[in-house]
Design a protein around this ligand. Structure first.
Ligand code: SF4
Length: 354
């Protein structure tokens, strides 16, 4: 096995402080809060993604996404375990079905890299939470009975952690459900371990056209020559349509130039920028949150100044499970003591804390 083998990358992930210190030098803050942060949310990074980190830059955008910092140990009053209420709308284990026409299916709780701002850190990195084969069958049976369902979104963790044969089986079963219009896959492996996009995986994808993939690039430094090679080959061989969602992250990409560089780079390798997310109100996210006013100002500098196809929609997923609202001055309903009051697509009101 070698560097370009995704299984080697997974098996050689750095997952503890001693091994990490053998690779890079940590700041006092990073070393001090590692153990406590690890208790709440594990640490892991692939050799590939760690190699993207600039050791000489304490503000390296890759470093800030993967190394615990002191803000992660703080739980602010508005921060909760499950900000999008995904566990509330769970008819069978591993499936969130909130909207009639689409459902999210968490088929793996393992990721190549654990992002410190993860919305699902309540369960991601805990393999025992991952649905087993028996639970897959229950979920598939549920999808077969839900005739209003048009889309299933494979998510996680990272669904591409599963083997090609497991993915082949699941995609094949889903494709046989007549009321499903299409399948979507949410994955960060193209960012953290692009060698996962093997020719054999592309052959699986090509059997089930159309498949829509949503990746999660946050910064232009995450797009390497390897990313370009594997993503472009997957698009051509797997006949897959690829979109990207980014999270607006303080000190990482809260800058119009960085975002426009990212979005142009994505378009150049065949990925359409889809969403720019306001960071969710998950516990320990204070180091990452960009105030909404600043986010709107940044967004104003993107739309109009740059090609329309490079522009994602700037959205807030409402805490409590109200769905996404577009963030623009027109959508800010009212400033309150705690933050802002929004109306969702049903006219329901939600208060958002930052
Ligand atoms: S890859 Fe996605 S699910 Fe996994 S830790 Fe990062 S944000 Fe969370």
């Amino acid at each position: 096995m070698t560097w370009s083998d995704w299984k080697w990358q997974l098996q050689n992930r750095i997952t503890n402080l001693a091994d990490l210190e053998g690779k890079i030098s940590l700041t006092e803050e990073e070393r001090d809060c590692f153990a406590q942060a690890y208790e709440q949310f594990q640490f892991a990074v692939t050799p590939y993604y760690l190699a993207r980190l600039d050791q000489n830059n304490p503000n390296c955008p890759i470093r800030k996404q993967i190394l615990p910092r002191s803000g992660e140990l703080v739980r602010r009053p508005n921060e909760i375990d499950d900000p999008l209420a995904e566990e509330t709308y769970m008819p069978v284990k591993g499936v969130t079905h909130r909207y009639p026409d689409r459902a999210i299916w968490y088929i793996s709780h393992v990721c190549a890299v654990y992002c410190r701002f993860c919305t699902r850190k309540r369960k991601v990195s805990l393999p025992e939470e991952t649905p087993n084969r028996n639970e897959w069958e229950k979920a598939l049976e549920y999808f077969r009975t839900q005739t209003k369902l048009r889309e299933v979104i494979l998510s996680g963790g990272d669904p591409l952690t599963l083997s090609d044969s497991s993915l082949d089986y699941l995609l094949g079963e889903l494709k046989q459900i007549p009321h499903l219009n299409h399948i979507r896959i949410h994955t960060r492996h193209p960012v953290t371990m692009p060698m996962r996009l093997t020719e054999s995986l592309n052959s699986v994808f090509s059997k089930y056209f159309p498949i829509y993939m949503v990746t999660h690039f946050n910064h232009p430094n995450e797009i390497s020559e390897e990313t370009k090679f594997y993503v472009m080959r997957m698009i051509k061989e797997g006949h897959i349509s690829v979109f990207n969602q980014s999270v607006l992250l303080a000190g990482i990409n809260d800058d119009a130039k960085i975002l426009s560089d990212l979005n142009y780079k994505l378009i150049s390798i065949g990925i359409k920028p889809y969403y720019l997310h306001q960071c969710d109100e998950v516990f320990g996210s204070s180091d990452f949150v960009v105030p909404m006013e600043k986010g709107i100002e940044i967004y104003r500098k993107l739309r109009g100044y740059h090609s329309g196809i490079t522009i994602p929609s700037y959205v807030k997923d409402l805490t409590g499970g109200g769905g996404k609202v577009l963030l623009s001055p027109n959508y800010l309903q009212k400033k309150t003591e705690k933050g802002y009051l929004f109306q969702n697509y049903l006219g329901d009101e939600y208060e958002v804390g930052h």
